[in-house]
Design a protein. Structure first.
Length: 162
């Protein structure tokens, strides 16, 4: 009985691997994942996703895809385990409320334009591009913050004449 369950599981994983890898182009940028665990994780967590681009960076595999208005990047280690996630969007309502409140108090007049959320083994960090338009100048500021809005740090600032 155990043997048939193991064989069935192996057959299902093999079938999934073959069906998913058949849909990937072999053009240098878009490659099939080498570890089925990574591929199964992406398709299990995001079944609606059709076009996944797989990249290889050293031993890591990177899955790139889009869900609604969010660009997702999952990085898997050589064993197929999820190491980090990067989510990028232009919609400010994805920011936690506490962070939105802190940003609006600390930087009045600035509007969030792009949000990148990094979820790693020891960190949950947001990178927010803020824009403030005045009469003859636009100020862009990129800040790094935790999800509570307690640790906000300016990492880049640019003044643009208009």
């Amino acid at each position: 009985m155990k043997k048939s369950i193991v064989m069935s599981a192996a057959a299902i994983i093999s079938a999934m691997t073959l069906s998913f890898t058949g849909s990937y182009a072999a053009n240098g940028r878009k490659t099939a994942p080498t570890h089925s665990k990574a591929m199964i994780t992406v398709h299990r967590d995001f079944p609606q996703v059709q076009n996944v681009t797989w990249l290889k960076e050293g031993k890591d595999q990177i899955a790139l895809f889009t869900v609604e208005d969010r660009h997702m990047q999952f990085t898997f280690n050589g064993n197929g385990n999820l190491e980090s996630t990067m989510i990028t969007t232009c919609n400010a309502w994805y920011l936690p409320f506490e962070l939105q409140t802190s940003l609006s108090k600390k930087y009045p007049g600035y509007v969030p334009k792009t949000i990148s959320e990094y979820i790693g083994p020891n960190a949950h960090t947001f990178y927010v591009l803020l824009k403030k338009k005045q009469e003859k100048e636009v100020t862009w500021m990129r800040v790094k913050a935790d999800e509570d809005g307690n640790a906000i740090e300016v990492i880049q600032q640019l003044h643009q004449n208009v």
